[in-house]
Design a binder for this molecule. Sequence first.
Ligand code: FA5
Length: 346
Amino acid sequence: MKDLSSIEKKVQRELKNTASVNDLEKIQLAYLGRNGIINSLLREIKNIRPEERKQYGQKINELKNLITQSIETKRKELILSTDKQAIDVTLPGKPYPHGTLHPITYAIEEISRIFEKIGFVRMSYPEVEWEYYSFEALNMPKGHPARDDFETFYIDVPEHAKLAKMVLTPHTSSGQVREMLRLGGKPPIRMINIAKCYRRNWDATHAPMFYQFEGMVVDRGINITHLKGTIDYFAKNFFGPDREIRLRPHHFQFTEPSFETDISCNVCGGTGTVNGKKCRVCKSGWLELGGSGMVHPNVLRAGGIDPEVYTGWAFGFGPERCLMMKLGLSEIRDLYSGDIRFLKQF
Ligand code: FA5
């Protein structure tokens, strides 16, 4: 009997000093296992005097229950404390990198919003387009030298009798006649067509794939003042209230008269000089945004619209160029490099 109480003390001591579930398993095996201390005590029963056997058996059972309970209590304690070490819910979480939209996507969204506010409908027309909509319908018949300005990629598919070859659309102006036809030749038209364009260009201000946004308005009594007013509204909203625009005479086959549209440079404040030297960015105080003009009567006719009744204007600008002028970037190719270090800045 004396032995039993010393065993109990010993097991309690061992349990107190146990710091892992592994060690606990060892203790459990040593006391309660098939060849453990409890079983060996039970095997001793035959050596006990018969009148004491019953009491001896009871005491061993009590000890066995006590050890079982103590081990279970210790096991719960250990599990709880190791859980606490593994998951500290108060620690800040691991920061995962977040992607963002590309700066050109932001620019396109901003441009859309500016024009949608004044009633323009956002459209986009095919990137793989017929030559007809890119050139013929825009007053540039087959073999016309003006086509050379749009250094076009041709698709190797059989030619269509009326629509001619297939091209990667070199400008969003291919959407002009498509929009007129979509509306059955019935103005009013107030469209902003934003789409990808392709040309065989590759330098600091030209990429082989780029975007254009093309505004077009056709209705009765539309004139150049509406064009200038709309571009001015865009420039002030996109670039800031201090920016000025100007229309400079130019030539496009599909507008008459035609203009290049310039915006005052933000690097030199439109003066053309910085610290007494020519402005490095614009050299003249003005930067080119893109082309514009009054829609040519032949283009209106191709869209089923009577030029004696309706007039219209159109412009086509590059969002990348606008973004470059807004952020002061000197290299369009950075925007398409996919270099995270560059893109992260915006
Ligand atoms: C045109 O594409 C005419 N369709 C614009 C137009 C529309 C005139 C409606 C009249 C009426 P241009 O080739 O100049 O014009 O291009 C217009 C703008 O597109 C350029 O000023 C430039 O901002 C952008 N752009 C043209 N080519 C590239 C290129 N390779 N990479 C990046 N941007 C370009």
